[in-house]
Design a protein around this ligand. Structure first.
Ligand code: NI
Length: 502
């Protein structure tokens, strides 16, 4: 990572537990870095929910996008939804990469093109909320990211593009001049000549804790993608006269966050994460002997989400327990639901930070994806997850060794209910019941309405067949699960009472 004169060019590096619960990557962890944005803590925002978009069509594409909604702010939710849908549509039609300043779409595409969106809160106050979307996708052999920040003015209930932080066109032109000046001569790979006063180029504006305006560009817009994020901080004194009323509110929200609202102080986090934590275990582990009882493990991925609370009510009503593989981003947004899971005898496992295909990443990026989710979950539940479900169920020897080094056991599944590919609740329940056997691991998603709806039926029908619903490690009982090993899928180590599969 390098920076000079308010310009930052970052390469991805391995991060530990960062200073904010929603921190997006190592790029955000350098306190002296002027383009650092202090992200707000989503769990402190009333009425915030997270929506998940996954690819439910056929084909080899790996799609996972999350964005927040805010109760009472349908315009914000609608704008975020449209933004994600438009990018996804362009991805699906192969037209990404043709945007101004971007390289042409590469012809050599990977076997499984991937599309991934995660988000942070650029600022939160009673007057304004800023949602920064990070939109990544594979482009040939490369990984390319775009950044866009949508603002919601709570005073006049408008959802706005970033350029609305400025008074108007003349102010955008002035900002372009300021940014161009700062980029000029900064680094040879940056080309300030492409900077023009266009809203599309200035679609990710936010403020650092000092109130300086942070202008972020997409990969390829002003430098080649291999140089990562390019951002410029324009000092508050220069940018002040350019700001609209919403811009002033956004700036105040970012500065105020430092005074303690919404952001977690680095000092506190370092103390918290240096405390040794016990390995996560169900509070009811040991209450069932699966060598004797007919056990099955229900697993729910990708959450928590808006339906997870309802699902926990249903499971509790049937005295059934499950394993939840949570993403780090959602763990940050719903820490209380994770705590509730643990209180009620369920188990929380790791599903990576933002649901990337681990086999497509370098070891350090894969470690980063896993480790940041570990941090977010540990922070929520006070215990360290011991299980990892790799996104899309894809894994290889390298992923297993990375997981093993981090002390994690990989968990696959033996029954796929198809909920993620759009199956309705009845089909999801039928598949779960038809596929279940002693020691089965059943794949469901708590972000899918069909899976939540199907669960009462699954519990009733399998219950009648004499099944007990336990967490994944309980299936393996005293034989335990080995870090770096792959369990749960056909071909993996057999649970007691279940014959090994070829
Ligand atoms: Ni998943």
């Amino acid at each position: 990572m390098r920076f000079a004169g308010g310009i930052a060019i970052f390469a991805a590096t391995v991060a530990g537990c960062g200073p904010t619960t929603a921190s997006s990557s190592a790029e955000d962890l350098v306190p002296s870095e002027p383009t650092m944005i202090n992200y707000g803590d989503p769990s402190q925002v009333n009425g915030l929910d997270v929506h998940t978009v996954t690819g439910d069509g056929p084909g080899d594409q790996r799609v996972h996008a999350v964005y927040p909604s805010l109760e009472g702010a349908p315009r914000l939710t609608g704008k975020l939804h449209r933004t994600v849908a438009e990018w996804l549509d362009r991805f699906n039609h192969g037209t990404l990469g043709n945007a101004p300043g971007e390289k042409a779409w590469e012809t050599a595409s990977p076997a499984h093109p991937e599309f991934n969106v995660d988000w942070q809160l650029a600022a939160v106050s009673s007057q304004v909320i800023g949602v920064r979307l990070r939109i990544g996708r594979s482009a040939g052999a490369d990984w390319v990211e775009a950044r866009t920040t949508v603002w919601y003015d709570r005073v006049d209930t408008r959802a706005l593009d970033s350029d609305a932080l400025l008074r108007g066109r003349p102010e955008l032109a002035e900002l372009a001049v300021l940014v161009k000046g700062r980029l000029a001569g900064s680094r040879p790979e940056v080309n300030p000549g492409v900077i023009r006063p266009e809203a599309e180029l200035f679609d990710s504006l936010a403020f650092n804790p000092r109130g300086d305006l942070v202008v972020e560009f997409d990969d390829h817009q002003v430098a080649s993608a291999s140089h990562g994020r390019v951002a410029v901080a324009v000092p508050a004194s220069e940018v002040g006269p350019l700001l609209s009323a919403t811009g002033v509110r956004a700036q105040r929200a970012a500065v105020k966050a430092v005074a303690g609202m919404g952001a977690v102080s680095p000092q506190r986090t370092i103390r918290e994460t240096s405390i040794p934590r016990p390995r996560a275990e169900s509070s009811q582990a040991g209450s069932v002997d699966c060598a004797k009882a007919k056990c099955v493990a229900l697993t729910y991925d990708d959450g928590p989400g808006p339906g997870t609370g309802r699902l926990l009510d249903v499971l509790g009503g049937h005295r059934a327990r499950a394993t939840f593989f949570s993403t780090g981003t959602n763990a940050s947004a719903y820490p209380e639901l994770l705590r509730r899971m643990m209180r009620e005898g369920h188990l929380v496992g790791n599903h990576t930070w933002s649901h990337r295909d681990l086999t497509s990443l370098t070891d350090s990026k894969a470690t980063d994806q896993i480790d940041r989710a570990q941090c977010a979950i540990t922070r929520a539940i006070g215990q360290v997850p011991g299980l990892l479900r790799p996104p899309y169920g894809v894994t290889d020897g390298r992923t297993a060794s990375v997981a093993g080094r981090l002390g994690l056991t990989l968990v696959g599944w033996s029954v796929d209910t198809g909920d993620e590919r759009g199956a309705d609740a009845k089909t999801v329940a039928d598949r779960a019941v038809a596929g279940a056997g002693r020691g089965s691991v059943i794949l469901l998603h708590d972000v899918r309405g069909s899976a939540v709806e199907a669960t009462p039926d699954i519990l009733r029908r399998l219950g009648r067949k004499g099944y007990t619903f336990v967490t994944v490690p309980e299936l393996y009982g005293s034989q335990g699960m080995r870090a770096g090993g792959i369990y749960g899928s056909e071909g993996g180590p057999a649970a007691p009472g279940r014959p090994a599969m070829p």
